[in-house]
Design a protein around this ligand. Structure first.
Ligand code: BES
Ligand code: ZN
Length: 462
């Protein structure tokens, strides 16, 4: 293709994007109004409706798409018309969302999108409906105004990301040959700050566990039995307090053995990022920042492994006192991991640790929930360069290269099964409050994301 043709096609695509911007927003709102909460069976019909919406949208643009049934929620699988000799990209997104009730602290109904200050407020606005939808609209523009997509694109939009996605692995195994690609692209991360776009090259992994400690057959009077019988809640607190040492390091033996140390260039890049610790602390309402000694806040929260307790139960926490020695106590906790740490191996190390520190007189069980490996993708590939040029053009600023602390399990799956790296092109902001009340997504970033997604295909084709 001559560069003149390419230029004129790109300008048609751009014109289409401008002319259809308002319709794209209305379509996104319609998708958001479907409460596709994957965790709640009461919403199963809605979850399917969201899948059908996505499937119809792709087919409406001329991308042939179908629903692939799983043991859980369906997966939307789409494919652009085949172009010989051009690279293939797999775009992944998730149409399911976290639960949301107005009473959780929302100012407006979570599934009724509201525009305020240039943002769209609703569950799923940024995680991940608003973000993955940009790729569908980019495709529509190329199909309807640019003479077709300049590269081959496979769309995998699933519905179980927010519940640990047990069925996706089988899907990738079953469809491995159909899913063969050169790169994967996911928009489910954040920009660095307003006006500072980012390309994310690393994510942390996750090892999510639960421990239940059992003591006496029933709750006991702590005056009559306390001192003679081990208290499961005391025991659990001992176990949990043994997980860190005084310098903020995880004190599970072997925990750091597989950790790939931060490269000098990475530490230098982290240090260059605009970040003011005091502003960060005051935004979060904490009096001081805290973490592993020897690392900066940015390194600690995105490139170092950690351990956090998410919930603790047992005994009495109702109004007034009750002198009970509880029969049971439990905790949910997770380790965030970095590349080369295996979540299976970390679960085993945790088991060995608990076996060593658990006081006598109680028993326990450990339940392993979902996990994900930490990932770092190659930064010197043609795909990465194409992505950076596309983001720079659409957001009118060079993207910074960052590692983020969250986890996207499919990135590991894509690497294992399809042997390719994922380009993490996120359009969110750090204060979007994903998973919390008043989740939002900037509408101008929505449109820039569409333009970046569209441009990325052209850059990759060249
Ligand atoms: N979009 C997030 C992941 C994310 C958040 C990446 C922030 C980078 C920065 C994703 O939907 C998510 O919430 N992932 C879960 C893991 C999953 C196994 C439930 C997470 O990170 O806790
Ligand atoms: Zn999420």
């Amino acid at each position: 293709m001559s560069s003149k043709t390419a230029d004129s096609q790109w300008s048609s695509v751009n014109q289409f994007l401008s002319e259809n911007a308002a319709r794209f927003e209305e379509q996104l709102k319609a998708l958001i109004r479907i409460p596709s909460v994957s965790a709640q069976p009461a919403h199963n019909a809605d979850t399917r409706k969201a899948a059908e919406f996505v499937c119809n949208d792709l087919n409406g643009s001329g991308i042939s798409a179908k629903l692939v049934e799983t043991a859980g929620h369906p997966i939307v699988l789409g494919r652009s018309p085949r172009l010989e000799g051009q690279p293939t990209v797999l775009v992944y997104g998730h149409y399911d969302v976290q639960p949301a009730e107005k009473s959780d602290g929302w100012d407006t109904e979570p599934f009724e999108p509201v525009e305020k200050g240039g943002n769209l407020y609703a569950r799923g606005a940024t995680d991940d409906k608003g973000q993955f939808f940009t790729h569908l609209k980019a495709a529509e523009a190329w199909m309807k105004a640019g003479g077709g997509l300049p590269v081959n694109v496979i769309y995998v939009i699933e519905g179980e990301e927010e519940v640990g996605g047990a069925n996706l692995e089988k899907f990738f195994a079953d469809y491995a040959s159909e899913l063969a690609c050169d790169y994967a692209v996911i928009s489910d991360t954040s920009q660095w700050a307003p006006g500072v776009p980012a390309v994310t090259y690393g994510l942390r992994g996750l090892c999510y566990l639960e421990i239940v400690v059992h003591g006496p057959k029933t709750d006991l009077h702590s005056g009559m039995f306390g001192g003679a019988v081990a208290n499961p809640l005391n025991a659990l607190c001992r176990i949990i307090s043994s997980l860190h040492d005084a310098s903020g390091r995880v004190a599970v033996e072997g925990f750091y053995d597989a950790v790939t140390p931060l490269a000098d260039w990475e530490r230098a890049e982290f240090a260059k990022l605009p970040f003011v610790e005091s502003e960060f602390a005051s935004r979060l309402g904490v009096s001081a920042l805290s973490g592993e000694a020897g690392y900066t806040t940015l390194e600690r929260k995105s490139a170092r492994p950690t351990c956090d307790v998410h919930g603790l139960w047992g005994g009495y926490s109702g109004p007034g006192p009750k002198t009970v020695l509880p029969a049971q106590a439990g905790a949910k906790l997770s380790f965030r991991l970095v590349p080369n740490q295996s979540n299976k191996e970390i679960a085993n190390l945790f088991r060995q640790h608990v076996a060593k520190v658990c006081p006598v007189g109680v028993t326990y069980e450990i339940i392993e929930h979902h996990g994900a490996p930490g990932v770092v993708v190659q930064t010197d590939t043609a795909g990465m360069a194409a992505a950076r040029r596309a983001v720079a053009l659409a957001f009118e600023s060079e993207p910074v290269l960052v590692r983020e602390g969250g986890s996207i399990p499919v990135v590991g799956l894509i690497k294992d099964q399809l042997k390719v790296d994922t380009l993490l092109l996120g359009w969110g902001q750090n204060d979007d409050n994903l998973h919390g009340p008043n989740e939002k997504f900037s509408l101008s970033d929505f449109h820039k994301g569409i333009r970046a997604g569209a441009r990325f295909m052209a850059e990759l084709a060249e």
